[in-house]
Design a binder for this molecule. Structure first.
Ligand SMILES: Cc1cc2nc3c(=O)[nH]c(=O)nc-3n(C[C@H](O)[C@H](O)[C@H](O)COP(=O)(O)OP(=O)(O)OC[C@H]3O[C@@H](n4cnc5c(N)ncnc54)[C@H](O)[C@@H]3O)c2cc1C
Length: 391
């Protein structure tokens, strides 16, 4: 048995948030990542006030201030002519109500900041090229086995290994992915190429029959990030990084407003990818004894509300609060799960419902259909604070 208290499998945004939160609570951690290098895919991520509370608590307020784009108002527009259908505040009004606002950030910028902070606390904390293939536990501790044959034991193990989690599979068996009928493209466009008149305001959503486009600046205004969703009957591959072409994208968005097509025309082909969206039924529990799950491993969520990483970051902060100073680890993990289960299930349900709302064939009635829901108020998404939530 080595001297680390908590082993984390997966150095994504969830695993690193948990590692940093645990270190700051005085717990020694080791994170095992299968990839030979640390990194994140080129895409933007929206961080709600709840994630901002968590990241401030982790000492990353400076990263949000220096790297993230801070939207004030987001406009929902009509697919055919770009006319405004709704305005949603993402800035001061949220701050006044929730004590935090929205931030839009490049995933790699957030991931780098988390990894640097974890390594600054302990240069050995992240182990690369370390793919977990098996886990086990007994009265003394929990053990993970790597593909290399090495094994490591800890007082607690955390599976933060994403939606196709090996840890979840070992604990609870297979969770079959269901294709949702949606595919998506993601792309990054150098912002200086994009005409200013189609960036009013820069953060915007476009709704149309069977399709949805979301775009916003990242990397402090250097890049325009977009995600474009479309319904498609069949799809087999699960994964984020299948190459596409500008032609394929434009053909799918034939007849759409130049507000959308003009930036799509400008995406450099090497920054354009597509993937199919898969859903999984929520688990009833995430924990067995000394081993638990967090982030997408525990509760994969559809991306229509941009809340998967938000949940993973919240999980990390709450897990550390539950484990800090705990004498019985099994009890602490149960308290973590109780503090998180309802919140995660709520976001999973709302994300599924949002997919249907955005893709409704009748964009003209969007405003009436979403009255009181366009902002978070109808959803209650921001009424959670991982830093103060009782654990
Ligand atoms: C298009 C799209 C847009 C999104 N936009 C947003 C958004 O705006 N806001 C938001 O909050 N969320 C968003 N999300 C969701 C968000 O990206 C995920 O929910 C989040 O990345 C989950 O983080 P995680 O750390 O749990 O898992 P992951 O990011 O999947 O990380 C898992 C890590 O574990 C490693 N790993 C896997 N298996 C093993 C193993 N056996 N051994 C060792 N390591 C392993 C992987 O290499 C990886 O590094 C979006 C998702 C998509 C698809």
């Amino acid at each position: 048995m080595n001297t680390h208290h908590v082993g984390i499998i997966g150095a994504g945004i969830g695993g690193l948030s948990a590692a940093l939160a645990l270190q700051r609570a005085g717990v020694r951690v080791r994170v095992f990542e299968q990839s030979p290098q640390l990194g994140e895919v080129g895409a933007g991520i929206s961080l709600s006030p709840t994630a901002a509370h968590a990241l401030n608590d982790l000492g990353l307020h400076g990263t949000l201030e220096s790297k993230a784009y801070k939207p004030e108002d987001q406009c929902v527009r009509h697919w055919r002519d770009g006319r405004p259908l709704a305005w949603v505040n993402r800035g001061q009004a949220l701050f006044d109500k929730y004590g935090e606002r929205y931030y839009l950030i490049h995933r790699a910028d957030l991931h780098d900041a988390l990894a640097s902070a974890v390594r600054a606390n302990d240069p050995e904390a992240i182990v690369l090229d370390a793919r977990c293939v098996a886990i086990s536990q007994d009265e003394q501790g929990a053990t993970l086995k790597l593909a290399s044959g090495a094994s490591y034991s800890f007082e607690v193990l955390v599976g933060a290994d994403g939606s196709r989690s090996v840890v979840r599979h070992h604990l609870f068996g297979a969770l079959e992915p269901q294709y949702t009928g949606y595919i998506a493209w993601r792309g990054l466009v150098p912002l200086h190429l994009v005409p200013k008149e189609i960036l009013e305001p820069p953060s915007g959503v476009f709704v149309g029959p069977g399709h949805l486009v979301n775009r916003y600046p990242v990397r402090n205004g250097e890049l325009l990030n977009f995600v474009a969703f479309a319904e498609r009957k069949d799809w087999t591959e699960e994964g984020w990084s299948i190459r596409s072409t500008v032609k394929e994208l434009l053909d799918e968005f034939e007849g759409w407003t130049s507000w959308v097509r003009r930036f799509m025309e400008l995406v450099p082909p090497h920054l354009l990818f597509k993937w199919g969206l898969f859903d999984r039924e929520p688990l009833e529990t995430w924990t067995r004894g000394r081993i638990t799950l967090l982030g997408d491993a525990a509760h994969p969520v559809l991306p229509f509300l941009g809340h998967g990483a938000v949940l993973a970051i919240e999980d990390g902060v709450v897990l550390a609060r539950a484990l800090a100073g705990a004498t019985r680890h099994e009890d602490a993990l149960q308290r973590y799960e109780r503090a998180r289960m309802e919140r995660a299930a709520f976001v999973v349900r709302q994300s599924r419902a949002a997919g249907k709302t955005f893709h409704d064939p009748d964009a003209d009635t969007y405003k009436e259909r979403t009255k009181g829901r366009a902002a978070d108020e109808g959803l209650g998404l921001f009424s959670y604070n991982p830093v103060t939530q009782p654990v």
